[in-house]
Design a protein around this ligand. Structure first.
Ligand SMILES: [Fe+2]
Length: 562
């Protein structure tokens, strides 16, 4: 696979935009050509790359165009129609290798709902002049409308020089484009830069250039995972992530971009940082025996063996209080039917080779999801696909300590049905989907089974697994999960592959009736590098075929008032 995917041609992106069937507003190239030419100067390389979109505060009216450049850009800007929009510069210096990263962000507002726009990204020192990078995007129509979104997490990059990168990540980006969603949800562990600690900016660069093939055409909305937490890059290690993305404002000083919400049609999307609540310690870690030594220019001290970056509780409860306010307001709003929560780590995963479930999410957020009828929770973290039955409430005595065999309270979610009918009313219970099936080199599509009775089993973190010294001097390890439970909530697991993409088709239905979201999981069978059961070697596979489809339904919120 190439290290970086080449950007789509202008012809390709315009064709893709036209397929959306909405009104098209083409950038007027000739009207501003003289402006570009007259201001072009500088010997540094300000060529835009890693171009990606995110929604603004109101997706029907605003997007943010973000990008990076190898060196500082001069007069970085977006051209859209007759408008020239100056970009804001944000830069950071990586705390481990000392590289300065230049990023740019242009807020594009006053857009028409349901319209397709062409835009170009450039700077005075853009080496692609006079043909700067261009793409198109489409804004959502207002009100209750049919539309499609897609999701996966754990993408990595196609450059196999990096830890956990694999060629499937290029096919995964192409898969998003093949489904032409309104936008894509990227559920954390974007590129595993923190597993390549002295090359973090280069890993991010490969990630950004791979994603550009899709993320320049439609917003990709991310959440942070444990692998966005990097040593020496800010109080929670999120400086790289936060510098590269401009996300909807949560109006909480000090936590901008950490978590947020946005609304498209009758669906409220809530993006959460589960690093704040999980027990599991799985962020940046120096196992030893040698220290991690930052470049001298950074002035940062070596990170000693046994050090891990553990941020549980960092918001002091701010995130959960924000979540409850947001959920409460949403359920009082008769124009919002659906609530979809997106986070990286899992409350309901039964992967046996991955991370499993985390009691921290169950304690902190599942009671709120119950109280406010959150319909759907989308995760990553475990590199597989798993679907739960709708769940509500919990069992206190269903867990067993792995160490002692004693009963422990894992707050096991209670399924409201165990009949896999294919149609689920999520006003009765929340469906959890594990979608860590992006493109890493480490698929984790093996699932727990209780050897004593053959029942499905999940492993749970109920305590922090802080690093402990091993029998090898100066080498540390983090223990695994500490409890098990019968996974009575698990409805479907994909044992064929760890790669796939979920496609969601929202249908608002009619007043007084039900609304629905039809979910189809497409998977890339045979893409696992090594089949965990047979040992057969696979290879990256561009063919995403249907694994399963099911439908979520709930009463429309405006029905309550009829
Ligand atoms: Fe993860």
């Amino acid at each position: 696979m190439p290290e970086n995917s080449s950007k789509p041609s202008r012809r390709q992106v315009l064709t893709a935009g036209a397929a959306a069937g909405a009104a098209t507003v083409i950038a007027n190239r000739s009207a501003r050509a003289s402006v570009v030419r007259s201001t072009r100067s500088s010997s540094t390389d300000g060529t835009p790359e890693q171009v990606h979109l995110t929604w603004g505060e109101n997706p029907s009216e605003s997007v943010v165009v973000s990008w990076a450049s190898p060196q500082r850009s001069v007069n970085p800007r977006v051209h859209i129609g007759q408008r020239r929009i100056e970009a804001t510069e944000r830069r950071y210096t990586d705390g481990l290798n000392g590289e300065t990263v230049w990023t740019y962000h242009a807020r594009v507002g006053d857009l028409r709902p349901g319209a397709t726009y062409a835009y170009e990204v450039t700077a005075d020192n853009d080496k692609n002049y006079p043909a700067p990078f261009g793409a198109t995007f489409t804004t959502p129509a207002e009100g209750r409308r049919k539309y499609r979104f897609t999701s996966f997490g754990d993408l990595a990059t196609p450059n196999t020089q990096w830890v956990l990168s694999y060629g499937q990540s290029a096919y995964a980006v192409a898969a998003v484009e093949s489904f032409q969603p309104m936008f894509h949800l990227l559920n954390g562990d974007l590129c595993y830069a923190n597993l390549n600690p002295l090359d973090q900016p280069e890993v991010w660069r490969d990630f950004g250039n791979n994603n550009q093939t899709s993320a320049a055409n439609r917003p990709w909305m991310p959440v942070p995972g444990n692998h966005e937490i990097e040593f020496c890059n800010g109080p929670q290690g999120l400086t790289s992530y936060l510098t590269r993305y401009t996300l909807p404002d949560n109006r909480l000083a000090g936590f901008g971009g950490h978590w947020y919400s946005f609304r498209v049609g009758s669906v409220l999307f809530i993006a959460l940082d589960a690093d704040d609540v999980v027990y599991q310690d799985a962020a940046a870690f120096v196992a030893g025996p040698t220290a991690l030594t930052p470049a001298a220019a950074t002035g940062n001290a070596p990170v000693q063996p046994g050090t891990s970056f553990y941020v549980r509780g960092y918001s002091g409860g701010e995130q959960t209080r924000w979540l409850e306010r947001t959920l409460k307001a949403a359920r009082r709003d008769e124009s919002i039917d659906w609530i979809v929560a997106q986070m990286h780590q899992c409350a309901a995963s039964s992967s046996s080779t991955g991370n499993g479930s985390d009691l921290g999410i169950r304690q902190e957020w599942l009671p709120l999801f119950d109280r406010y009828q959150v319909d759907l929770v989308l995760n990553g973290h475990d590199h597989d696909y798993e679907r739960s039955f709708p769940v509500r409430g919990f069992d206190e005595k269903a867990g067993t300590s792995i160490a002692s065999g004693a009963t422990v309270n894992t707050m096991r979610p209670i399924p409201v049905t165990t009949t896999d009918s294919g149609v689920f009313d999520t006003s009765k219970g929340t469906v959890h989907l594990i979608l860590g099936c992006g493109g890493t080199s480490a698929p984790l599509d093996e699932y727990g089974v209780d050897s004593a009775d053959g029942k499905q089993q999940a492993r749970i973190f109920t305590h922090a697994n802080r690093p402990a010294l091993t029998s090898t001097p100066d080498v540390y390890a983090r223990p695994g999960n500490d409890a098990v439970e019968d996974a009575i909530w698990s409805a479907r697991r994909d044992t064929a592959t760890g790669y796939g993409i979920a496609v969601f088709d929202v249908d608002p239905g009619s007043p007084g009736e039900q609304t629905s979201i039809t979910v189809t999981q497409y998977h890339a069978a045979g893409a696992d590098p090594v089949n965990p059961t047979s040992g057969a070697k696979g290879a990256p596979n561009p063919d995403y075929t249907e694994f399963e489809t099911f439908t979520l339904v709930r009463p429309r919120s405006d029905s309550r008032y009829r």
